[in-house]
Design a protein around this ligand. Structure first.
Ligand code: APR
Length: 169
């Protein structure tokens, strides 16, 4: 049975097969976790991202990890929060689902996710965490992933994940 683990930290330093980026549709980098990943992976990452020609919201695309210890980066494009009635929940779930599909294709057994959309894109943290956990619980067995980390940048987010993960469903 796969493990779901909440931890606090900087996702760029995670030693896993794949880390997930919270990108935008251009996939050309920006601030937040996206900027941190581009800085840590080096300029080759931007070159690789250019060749992907963007990505629609609710999906994700893969590149190598370059200078990261992770072998892969899955660039997921979460929705911008606009009040909750604009398909935001389903689009966010799509990011987690697609990343687990990419993990299956890449043969990644361990993966680390940031809290997609909860920074600049303003998705409410607890609502996003519920969607992340429910989606991952439904799809992890089929993905071959054995260890999945929810990497929380602050303590408040960590507490939310710890509380929700302690509930069976
Ligand atoms: N490690 C882990 N989590 C991080 C890190 C990091 N190094 N840096 C930031 N975070 C957290 C934030 O605290 C937030 O909870 O990642 C979560 C997502 O925040 P953002 O990076 O702002 O991503 P998002 O809300 O999805 O907005 C995407 O921001 O940088 C741009 O190019 C990106 O335009 C896109 C937008």
């Amino acid at each position: 049975m796969a493990s779901l683990i909440a931890v606090q930290g900087d996702i760029t330093s995670f030693k896993v097969d794949a880390i997930v980026n919270a990108a935008n549709e251009s996939l050309l980098g920006d601030g937040g976790v996206d900027g941190a990943i581009h800085r840590a992976a080096g300029p080759e990452l931007l070159e690789a991202c250019r060749k992907l020609h963007g990505c629609p919201t609710g999906s994700a695309k893969a590149t190598p990890g370059f200078r990261l210890s992770a072998k892969w980066i899955f660039h997921a494009v979460g929705p911008v929060w606009s009040g909750g009635a604009h398909n935001e929940d389903e689009l966010l779930a799509g990011c987690y689902r697609k990343c687990l599909e990419l993990a299956l294709e890449a043969g990644a057994r361990s993966i680390a996710f940031p809290a997609i959309s909860t920074g600049v894109y303003r998705f409410p943290s607890e609502r996003a965490a519920r969607i992340a956990i429910a989606t991952v619980r439904s799809h992890i067995e089929a993905s071959g992933v054995q260890e999945l980390f929810f990497v929380c940048f602050n303590e408040e987010t960590l507490r939310i994940y710890e509380r929700l993960l302690a509930n069976a469903c």
